[in-house]
Design a protein around this ligand. Sequence first.
Ligand SMILES: [Zn+2]
Length: 402
Amino acid sequence: MQTYINFGLIDVVGKRYVENSYMTVENGVIRSVGSMASLTQEQKQGAVDLSGKTVMPGMFNCHIHALSSPIAAPESLNWETSGMFALRGLRHLQQQLQSGVTFVRDMNGRKLAEVDLKNALNQGLFVGPNYYIARQCLCMTGGHGCNTGRECDGAVDCKKAAREQIKGGADFVKIMATGGVNSDTRPEFSQLDLEEMTAAINEAHRAGKKTATHAHGKAGIKTAVLAGIDSVEHGSYIDDECIDLMLERGTALCPTLATHYFTCKFGVEAGIAPWKVEKGQRAAEAQHIGLEKAWKAGIPVTIGTDAGTPYNPHWGTFMEFVLFVEDMGFDPMETLVAGTIRSAKVCGVDDWTGSITPGKHADFIVLGENPVKNIRTLGHVEQVYKDGMLVSLPPIDQSCTD
Ligand SMILES: [Zn+2]
């Protein structure tokens, strides 16, 4: 058993910062958490002293594309073999972990290499974050995601497509409700319809799997919510009607602010196609207003960056937290809750990770500062523990975008 002492704890369940805390970990599982005052001198023997540090649960990133490289035109690598995708994916997942992210959800893989990657991690061949995959996203013929996803049309085919993903190892099902920014489609326009989405979602739920939808336009968001989706990804053009409907149904929102942020920051000068930058800017402007309303209304909001889109690096999850606090003006503690226990709930994994709670996996990070006071400290995570093991990977070169 290992004991950690003298740290400030971010308690995401109680939504508070607790000074002078300790924690014990045994066989990768948190055994106890409490105040230093309750520890005997004997129990402090051989403990890891984390004086001056803050401990919080590992960050979540509910929306990534692990196999996609964050270069100006990620799709330019689509000719590569599945082996190369798996190797790139491993590098990206290790960047996620090293930067303090202990759980990621992959929203659409490449050539099914994500299945091998997941199996390799689960077999312990490599160190990586907890990795949940959608396998292929479900999209309409010619729709957003069709270059790498499973095209499906009509309720029967959508049901079959969902079954194929589950049979092939998907942990959840991803469905495309609208066009997108990074393809030759219109984000405002709907794609798969109510009947098609309902068929796929019902199938996923019957297998005990969560569902997520790529949706920018409000009509697509409404369709997905009515069809029973668990989380809306992006939600750029969300309006009052969507918010009311989502509140009524308990639907979550993963805004992925980072994708528009990085696209606009690097822009055309860095080689991103002008039409992608233009669509990204428009979506970002609309999103700012809608997200503020959704947050205030009490929609369960999660953290995800869409890493793998142009210049949106796999070590950059902290930027979503920074954008929540600095750009949106959201409360820092509520932001930390969104990116840990709430994300865990939406992904259906809160029974074993997402908070520093006895009985859960010891997935936590050590910070030099209290992130409630300085959210940017999440960009300089000092130590990462997964299943109680200190992660030892090469330091991240933040000048490198891949
Ligand atoms: Zn995405």
